[in-house]
Design a protein around this ligand. Structure first.
Ligand code: NAP
Length: 308
């Protein structure tokens, strides 16, 4: 593939940052990759993995020659990163991020962005429950959506360049306003994680069922929740704190619907239960048809079988 940028700076080199680095290298999308992360230990590991061409713990130093800057840190840290890099950005550079919440990231980063720099926030809808530079891999973004939330007045040419970049990583690109993004993600991603953290926490707290029973007899339902509930605590703490309004709105709806389900179970209303379970099954089919999951009988277990 053709080179798209002379220099790309990656601030944060965990699951997402390192997957982007691997893709850029694999596809030859940049003349040079600069890797920056706050800790010496992660930087050293990134270097061992050969993720970049230059390595630094200073994000200010990392961005000075960059045409594209990609910030991949927990959303709560995006404001301090923006403040650090602001004065060192090259005129005409594109600055983007991958944070799971958008309105808060924009509120934190945009005030620091100097004139002449194109700030175009983004969010690849792709991930796993693992974190750190070892967790990244080529193919993470393949066939997945990347949502860009450009502020009004964003330069069309800069937007087009970023879009082409994500397409080169295998993604399909959409644009949304940040508030709408936050609502959509609250229901498709944030709420499922909160429910998973809650159900696994409840099982852990149960007195009538011992912890060893929870682990020993973990049926597929519980097991799938534990995968989500094993996600990075820092990332998910920040998501909850930075998409508070949309999450609380969806949680209120969820609680109402749960009460409806509870009532149907209490009164033995089989028709209501059957209707709901039929409707939800159709949603699963639509997701498979849209290519966002496979129709294999299970997930997780295949990887376990391969490991054996
Ligand atoms: P990760 O694997 O935990 O890596 C986090 C990176 O950010 C590391 O380089 C870490 O540096 C750095 N970092 C952590 N705290 C920081 C702070 N306070 N200040 C500056 N740097 C800090 O995380 P990730 O999964 O790649 O997630 C990165 C971003 O992508 C998050 O905003 C997340 O919401 C978003 N995202 C995640 C997923 C997912 O499934 N994981 C999917 C889509 C988007 P050190 O290791 O040097 O401390």
């Amino acid at each position: 593939m053709a080179k798209q940028f002379e220099t790309i700076a990656l601030i944060g080199i965990g699951l997402i940052g390192s997957s982007i680095a691997r893709e850029i290298r694999h596809k030859g999308l940049a003349g040079s990759i600069v890797v920056s992360t706050r800790s010496e230990a992660t930087l050293k590991r990134a270097e061992e993995l050969g993720l970049g061409d230059r390595y630094t713990t200073s994000s200010a130093d990392a961005v000075k020659d960059a045409d594209l800057v990609i910030v991949s840190v927990p959303v709560g840290a995006s404001g301090s990163v923006a403040a650090e890099i602001a004065a060192h950005l090259k005129s005409g550079a594109i600055v983007t991020d991958v944070g799971s919440t958008k309105a808060s990231v924009i509120a934190q980063m945009k005030p620091h962005m100097p004139d002449g720099v194109h700030f175009i926030p983004g969010h690849p809808i792709a991930g796993t429950e693992y974190s750190g530079p070892d967790a990244g891999f080529i193919g993470l973004f393949q066939g997945r959506w990347c949502i860009l939330t450009p502020p009004p007045g964003t330069d069309d040419a800069a937007k087009a360049k970023l879009r082409v970049f994500w397409e080169a990583l295998g993604s399909m690109v959409d644009e949304m306003d940040p508030e709408h993004h936050d609502k959509v993600l609250a229901i498709v991603s944030h709420l499922p994680h909160i429910i998973a953290y809650n159900i696994v926490g409840t099982a852990d707290d149960l007195e009538a069922v011992t912890e060893s029973e929870v682990i020993k007899y973990s049926a597929s339902g519980f097991r799938d929740f534990t995968r989500l509930a094993a996600s990075d605590p820092t990332m998910w703490r920040d998501v909850c704190l930075h998409n508070k309004d949309a999450i609380l709105e969806m949680l209120a709806r969820f609680s109402e619907d749960l009460a409806y389900l509870q009532r149907a179970i209490r009164w033995g209303d089989g028709d209501k239960l059957f209707d709901l379970f039929t409707r939800t099954r159709a949603i699963r089919r639509s997701i498979v048809q849209a290519g966002q999951d496979t129709d294999k009988a299970d997930f997780g277990r295949h990887a376990m079988e391969e490991k054996k």
